[in-house]
Design a protein around this ligand. Sequence first.
Ligand code: C2E
Ligand code: MG
Ligand code: MG
Ligand code: MG
Length: 289
Amino acid sequence: QAKALGRNTYQFYTEAMDAESRRRATIASALRKALERDELRLVFQPRLSLIDGRITGVEALLRWCSAELGEIPPTTFVPLAEESGQILRIGEWVLREACAALARWRQHGLTDIAMAVNVSVLQLLRGNLPEVIAEILQETGVPASRLELEVTESMVMANAAQSTAALHALRKIGVSLAIDDFGTGYSSLIYLKRLPIDTLKIDKEFVGDITHDPDDEAITATVITMAHSLGLNVIAEGVETEDQLAYLREQGCDEIQGFWLSKPLDAQRCMAFVHTWQPSTIAAVPPPY
Ligand code: C2E
Ligand code: MG
Ligand code: MG
Ligand code: MG
């Protein structure tokens, strides 16, 4: 009987795995047509300086509404696009679209905000990213200093030597560089010190628990101190509550991003949000004692 049960369990898992890989194949093939069919779009999430209460920039986040499959989240399709290499084409579209949006906002007077774009390590390692970006900046008239590229810690550390070289090449053209999802990978401090980066973004997993979990509180405080001692700017992502905000401010975190400030918005709404934001709004948040 145990044997039969074992076989059934095995069969169950195999079928579940088949269904999962079929779904992934379906998504990957629909994704191949997404660009041509105009199914991709960007939304933008603002971030805030805790030092002066200003909006310092926005992060471009990719959305895909497939005609066949409906809305698919980037956490599902970005890894598939990386596996198939499609992220190269899609990533270039994202960079061009994000810079074009920023160029329009700049014409409306928003000249001191930065555009952050997530870049896959595949784009980073392909070699011609600096040329592609230089061309896009020229086309759109966005200054290099207003573009920030975010690469995830785990991806960079998995290819540390090559990534370091690629980041140096990007640095040369004047863009800013941020390590995303910091705390989820296993950075060696030696590498971190060698990376030509400007910013660390603390992963939302830690931020989400800072007011309940002493470990996450300690990790967050330590990352802030460490980043500052390396001369880096620190952004906390996933800030949802006033308590989290107050704690981060007390710890000296430079900037925050998250639902507390705003969800990701379409270009029009995001521009309006930045235009109407009053730095004094932030002063109303009380300290955590
Ligand atoms: P990420 O770069 O770390 O982006 C932050 C994610 O957290 C976004 O999810 C954002 O919507 C979400 N978020 C923001 N504030 C909060 C909050 O207060 N609470 C919670 N729970 N979540 C919050 P999203 O848009 O689903 O993107 C997920 C990931 O997909 C991104 O993580 C990034 O790694 C990847 N991604 C998104 N767009 C692109 C892209 O254009 N290129 C590449 N290579 N990756 C992208
Ligand atoms: Mg990011
Ligand atoms: Mg992140
Ligand atoms: Mg936790």
